[in-house]
Write a protein that binds this ligand. Structure first.
Ligand code: C2O
Ligand code: CU
Ligand code: CU
Length: 486
């Protein structure tokens, strides 16, 4: 049972902060299914095994309607947290589904019509781990050596209460807080032993994009992303993590002396948000500036030695002849209309299915995600003439407003088969090496000037499945559409 309720918790020193949160209550099941994250307000860490059948009773004790989405899970439409399935205060919704996904870190959060951003912001969010045989056989660091980390940004008023900007800037570019919380804490410090750890990181922020890197420039060892393990570990100088994206890292503290500290930063980057919008964030943690996220401090020596296996996993890739529409990809165009951003030129509307949004069940489709350029296309309106020059450099609205969007598709995860870029190369160079396209994804960051091709299966379940920008303010402002799988 998960209860959505109002609560109080201490995040800053002094007065308690009022939040909304998921509170877990295990009725029946394996004892490890619901464990509390060591946190101040996040929902319980849910642990499931592939093949397991789960039943979750969601009780709404909030003063408004809500619905919960199991981000990344492949479940039937009625179990997917569709906004039309929202329940009123006092009601209960029973979710029942089988875990079909690979091992990985997933995310649960509300998907309430036009209220997702504010409900998540108030604290409704949690992580969900799936385990499977393939992963277990690897003997990855587990127990106290496996640490889930949920990164979010928040602002507080003088009374220690959450402050949310209800202004034009927020609805256009998303909400950016001036404090970073990890697992609901400011300045989180982890006491670690001098051995290998597995850090499983989720960006649970509404809009902020992070550039994860260690302060001493130790490269990052990446073993997994949204949809589970990579085939082989990859070494990167930094990793870009957009809202709802996850990354699975191995960090080895062996050889580091007692007292040694290693801090995870968000490094400097450019070009993902218009310079004008960045300036408006002022100096309070502007996106793209460098700031610390959390610190690991070696407090115990350990002789445990563990070696990362060369091969982690096998990912089933689709062959060309398995893709239904190789010559005619389904478009997901990022478009502008007046002061809002939409997908394929239309705001969200339930039952507003367009021809290219109808997909036969049990097919695999090629999808192209891109920024609509100057031309009128589906956009209409005459204000964005002139070619959009990549990284926000163009003339007119399109150029001024061009920003990165984390595009998320419900249902099964997808493969990224192509990513191309045209625009400001210098700005792009500050993010490019942090994009990991080799694993299965459910959310992908699309930087200004980028064009991506993804291959996505639409198996098993018919119904309406959303695709949207995971900048939650964009999502609530209509940057969401549905595929009708039929
Ligand atoms: Cu994480 Cu449709 O959402
Ligand atoms: Cu989702
Ligand atoms: Cu967006």
């Amino acid at each position: 049972e998960l209860i959505c309720k109002r609560d109080e918790t201490s995040i800053l020193t002094g007065k308690a902060t009022r939040v909304w949160r998921y509170v877990g209550n295990l009725i029946k099941g394996p004892p490890n299914a619901v464990t509390a994250l060591p946190d101040a307000y996040l929902g319980p860490l849910l642990r499931f095994t592939k093949g397991q059948k789960v039943r979750i009773r969601l009780r709404n004790e909030l003063p408004e309607e809500t619905v919960t989405h199991w981000h990344g899970l492949h479940v039937p439409m009625l179990m997917d947290g569709h906004p039309t399935a929202a329940i009123d205060p006092g009601e209960t919704y029973v979710y029942e589904f089988e875990i079909r996904n690979r091992a990985g870190m997933y995310f649960y959060h509300p998907h309430t019509h036009e209220k997702t951003a504010t409900q998540v912001y108030r604290g409704l969010a949690g992580a969900l781990m799936i385990e499977d045989e393939e992963e277990r056989a690897l003997g990855l660091p587990s127990g106290e050596f496996e640490i889930p980390l949920v990164i979010q940004d928040r602002s507080f008023d003088r009374d220690n209460q959450l402050a949310y900007g209800d202004d034009m800037h927020t609805s256009m570019f998303g909400f950016y807080g001036d404090r970073v919380l990890v697992n609901g804490r400011c300045n989180l410090t982890l006491d670690v032993a001098s051995r290998a750890y597995r850090l499983r990181i989720l960006n649970g922020s509404n809009a902020r994009i992070y550039k994860l890197c260690w302060d001493d420039r130790t490269p990052l060892t990446v073993i997994g992303v949204d949809g589970g393990l990579l085939e082989k570990a990859e070494t990167r100088p930094y990793v870009m993590l957009a809202p709802a994206e996850r990354v699975d890292l191995i960090v080895d503290f062996s050889g580091r002396p007692q007292g040694a500290k290693l801090t995870m930063l968000s490094g400097e980057f450019y070009g993902l948000i218009p310079p004008m919008a960045q300036r408006m964030m002022g100096s309070d943690l502007a996106m793209g500036e460098e700031f610390p996220l959390f610190t690991a401090r070696v407090t115990k020596t350990s002789t445990d030695s563990w070696k990362l296996p060369e091969k982690l996993s096998t990912i089933r890739r689709f062959r060309k002849d398995e893709i239904a529409n190789l010559d005619d990809p389904i478009p997901i165009a990022i478009t502008m209309a007046r002061m809002a951003m939409f997908l394929n030129g239309r705001p969200y509307g339930h039952d507003d299915i367009q021809p290219r949004e109808r997909i036969p069940v049990d097919t695999t489709q090629l999808i192209e995600i891109f920024h609509e350029r100057g031309g009128m296309g589906m956009m209409g309106g005459g204000m964005m003439r002139g070619r959009m020059g990549g990284m926000g450099m163009g003339m007119g609205m399109m150029g001024m407003m061009s920003m990165a969007h984390p595009i998320h598709l419900h249902g099964q995860p997808f493969e990224i088969i192509e990513r191309s870029f045209e625009g400001d190369e210098d700005a792009y160079a500050s993010v490019r090496d942090g994009l990991i396209d080799s694993g299965l994804k459910d959310t992908v960051l699309v930087a200004p000037g980028e064009r991506l091709r993804i291959v996505k299966p639409f198996g098993d379940f018919k119904g309406r499945f959303m695709y949207h920008c995971h900048n939650l303010e964009h999502e609530d402002a209509g940057m969401m559409r549905e595929f009708s799988v039929e």
